[in-house]
Design a protein around this ligand. Sequence first.
Ligand code: SF4
Length: 433
Amino acid sequence: MSETTEPGSYFVSNYPPFDRWNTDSVSAVRAAFAAPPAHVPLGLYLHIPFCRKRCKFCYFRVYTDKAAGDVERYTQGLVKEAELAAASPAVAGRELKYVYFGGGTPSFLSVRQLERLVDGLNNSFGWDNAEEVTFECEPGTLSEPKVKALRKLGMTRISLGVENFDDDILQANGRAHLSAEIMRAWDWIAAAGFPNTNVDLIAGMVGETDESWDATVSKTLELAPDSVTIYQMELPLNTTLVHDWKESGVPAPVADWPTKRAWVDRAFRRFEDAGYAVSSGYTLVKDPSRVAFRYRDMLWEGSDLIALGVASFGHLSGLHYQNEPHWDAYLEAVEAGTLPIARGMTPAPRERLIREMILQLKRGWLDVSRLREKFGVDLLTEWTDIWRGLEKEGHLTVTDGVPRLTRQGLLQVDSLLHRFFEPSPPQEQTAAS
Ligand code: SF4
């Protein structure tokens, strides 16, 4: 991997890669919904695609120009889609283990819109027994009544998209909020008594310096959230920063990878000094005996995930799928009473193993016996050369049969995972060429 931050995606969120998902697999996904359920935990993801402003590094499906009527139509679409999914044989009667409101900006919705949405969802899915209900917030969209309403509606984990505390940096990266809004929102969140609070940061936004990064870490330590998630700035192709780079010929001024890793390393150390424990290449938690991240852990261990919303990604009975990625196509499908599935992928058993192995490696270690029991494969002998290579490079140690990333390996885990990727099957290569 180049040491400079080049245009392209770095973060590995799934396997096999999205370029192997296709429309041919939609019928297999529909058949999975119509078949009996898999015996795995069930989660629900809702994509709320509205934002006040598009961040310059954003690569998600978001809309910044929708009127109240559009938002109402969309949330009713989510309710309808929930009804359709919950009535399918693969989902009917199952209890949700976790729920995730992501985006976009879920906190863009007003209290009234949220109440109507949750009311509607409750007719299909109850989450009284869910272990975790996460809700992502953008600081500037919160108000005290909204934060109280979120608690009352059953959210257990609030994730605040802070990213940085420096107003110049927030503005240079197109964020909609400033630092004063973060502090105000945090007071309301802390007072509302959520079981789990998380702060999201990004190391290496445009304009970041050693001083600004250290100040951001200090301020986050003062807030003392239950967990902190730190991403390293990347430049996916469909971001404003990359478009501007291409148009002007001037590279986006984002720090190189060694600098970003050094910043995250420094942050990890400071949080560890304050009593936090590292729980993945991106996350630290204050009290691991009390605070977990069930969405992440269950998803990485192969749970089902029903995806609601435009362009949303789901996983059912071992199959991947994505919803219609465009507003009209998504809404027309759900309003016509059809699950809005646009593409899918049926991983082979070995690909399912690779998926779970690489996602779980992001935690920093692997439960080899659990994966052996589930897939009948011994990871250490199956990929001996890769483990040896990683050890030689100082990214990993294997002790008592447990592969464990070193700090150096953990801080660049996404760049290491491609070694486990397999070439596409020949018929797919032909079809794609
Ligand atoms: S708040 Fe998040 S989803 Fe919205 S534009 Fe910014 S990065 Fe994208």
